[in-house]
Design a protein around this ligand. Structure first.
Ligand code: GLV
Length: 329
C-alpha cells in the first residue's frame, strides 16, 4: 500500500518527526525555512495532511489547490491563520492544540505582567549598560500587583488560569468575554466579576488580553480604549497581533497615557513597528508564551495525535469543524 503523504511545514522535535516518518511519506522542513505562499502551494498540492504553525497562512486559495488534503493540523491553540470555512466546505478537518498550553501560557502572562509593572527588563538593560553606581530611593519605581485590580479580556481557559493565579496576590478580578462565565467558573477564577469592556478598562490597574483574533476582535484595544485606561495602568497582550492597534499603543506609551505594556505578539510579526524599540516602558518578547520545553513538546504531540486520527478516518480529538465530514471527498 502506498503511504499517505504529509507536510510538516516547520522544523520540529526530531523524535516526534521520526514517529510520523515511520508511518507516512513525510516532507519535512528541519532547515526551518519560511515558505512563501507559492512554495506552500507547491508542497501541499499532493499532500494528504499538513502540520503548520500560526506563522503559516492557510488561505482558501491554498486549500483550493490541495485536492488530496484531508487535514490541516495547527500547532497552536489560535487558528486565525487558517480559513476554516474554506476547509469545511472542502471537507478538510482543521485541528488545534488546546488545553496542553493553558497553564504554561498563563504562567507567561504573569511573567510578562510582573516584568512590565516592575520594569525588570528596563532595569536590567540599565544595569548591563554599566549605569549602576548607587542605590536610589526613586530608581525604577513601578506599579504593585498585590492588592490591585486585574482586568482580563478573553476569559477562556487561559484567562481563567491567569485569574486563578491572582489569588496569591490578593487581587480583584474583572473580566470581559463574549459570554459571562457560570457562577461556579467565576468563583474558581478568584471571584471574577463580569464587566463591559469599557468598565473593565476604566477600573483595572492591569489589563491582560487573552482573546482569539478574528475580524470581530481586530483592534479591540485602539486609541479610544487606551483613553479609558488609568494613566498608571499596565497592558499585556499574549493573544495575537492585531488585537491591539500598535500605532495607537505606541502613541499612548510615548505620552504616558498608559504607564507600560508587555507584548508577546505584534501586528506584523516577526516585523515590529520600529518605534517600540525606542520606548523604555515596554517589554517585548518574540511570541513565546507557550514556550516551555514540556509544553512545546505536548503541542507537537497533540498535533500529531490529531493528524494520525484524521488520516485513520477518525474525527481527531481537537477537530474544530467536525461538520467538514459531510463534505468529505
Ligand atoms: C500560540 O500563539 C497559540 O495560539 O498557540
Amino acid at each position: 500500500m502506498t503511504k499517505q503523504k504529509i507536510l510538516i511545514a516547520r522544523a520540529t522535535f526530531p523524535d516526534l518527526l521520526a514517529r510520523l516518518e515511520s508511518q507516512f511519506e513525510v516532507e519535512s522542513n528541519q532547515a526551518d525555512e519560511i515558505f512563501s505562499a507559492q512554495t506552500l502551494q507547491e508542497k501541499m498540492r499532493d499532500k494528504d495532511a499538513v502540520m503548520v504553525t500560526a506563522s503559516e497562512a492557510i488561505s482558501a486559495a491554498l486549500i483550493a489547490t490541495s485536492p488530496r488534503l484531508k487535514a490541516i493540523c495547527n500547532i497552536a491553540v489560535g487558528y486565525n491563520n487558517i480559513d476554516v470555512a474554506a476547509a469545511t466546505a472542502a471537507g478538510i478537518m482543521v485541528t488545534n492544540t488546546p488545553d496542553v498550553l493553558n497553564e504554561t501560557t498563563a504562567d507567561f502572562g504573569w511573567a510578562l505582567l510582573m516584568a512590565t509593572a516592575r520594569r525588570i527588563t528596563e532595569a536590567e538593560h540599565w544595569l548591563r549598560a554599566g549605569h549602576w553606581d548607587k542605590w536610589r530611593y526613586d530608581a525604577f519605581l513601578g506599579a504593585d500587583l498585590h492588592g490591585s485590580t486585574l482586568g482580563i479580556i478573553g476569559m477562556g481557559r487561559i484567562g481563567q488560569a491567569i485569574a486563578r493565579r491572582s489569588m496569591g496576590f490578593d487581587m480583584r478580578v474583572r473580566y470581559h468575554n463574549r459570554s459571562p462565565l457560570t457562577p461556579q467558573q467565576e468563583a474558581h477564577a478568584n471571584a471574577a466579576a463580569y464587566r463591559s469592556k469599557e468598565a473593565l478598562l476604566r477600573e483595572a490597574d492591569h489589563v491582560v488580553l487573552v482573546l482569539p483574533y478574528s475580524a470581530a476582535t481586530h483592534h479591540t484595544i485602539g486609541a479610544a480604549e487606551l483613553a479609558l485606561m488609568k494613566p498608571s495602568a499596565t497592558l499585556v497582550n499574549i493573544a495575537r497581533g492585531g488585537i491591539v492597534d500598535d500605532v495607537a499603543l505606541i502613541a499612548a506609551l510615548r505620552t504616558g497615557r498608559v504607564a507600560a505594556a508587555g507584548l508577546d505578539v505584534f501586528e506584523h510579526e516577526p516585523a515590529l513597528h520600529p518605534d517600540f524599540l525606542t520606548l523604555s516602558n515596554v517589554v517585548l518578547t518574540p511570541h513565546i508564551a507557550s514556550a516551555s520545553a514540556p509544553t512545546r513538546r505536548a503541542m507537537v504531540q497533540c498535533a500529531t495525535d490529531n493528524l494520525l486520527a484524521a488520516l485513520a478516518g477518525r474525527i481527531p480529538p481537537n477537530c474544530l469543524n467536525p461538520e467538514s465530514i459531510t463534505n468529505n471527498h
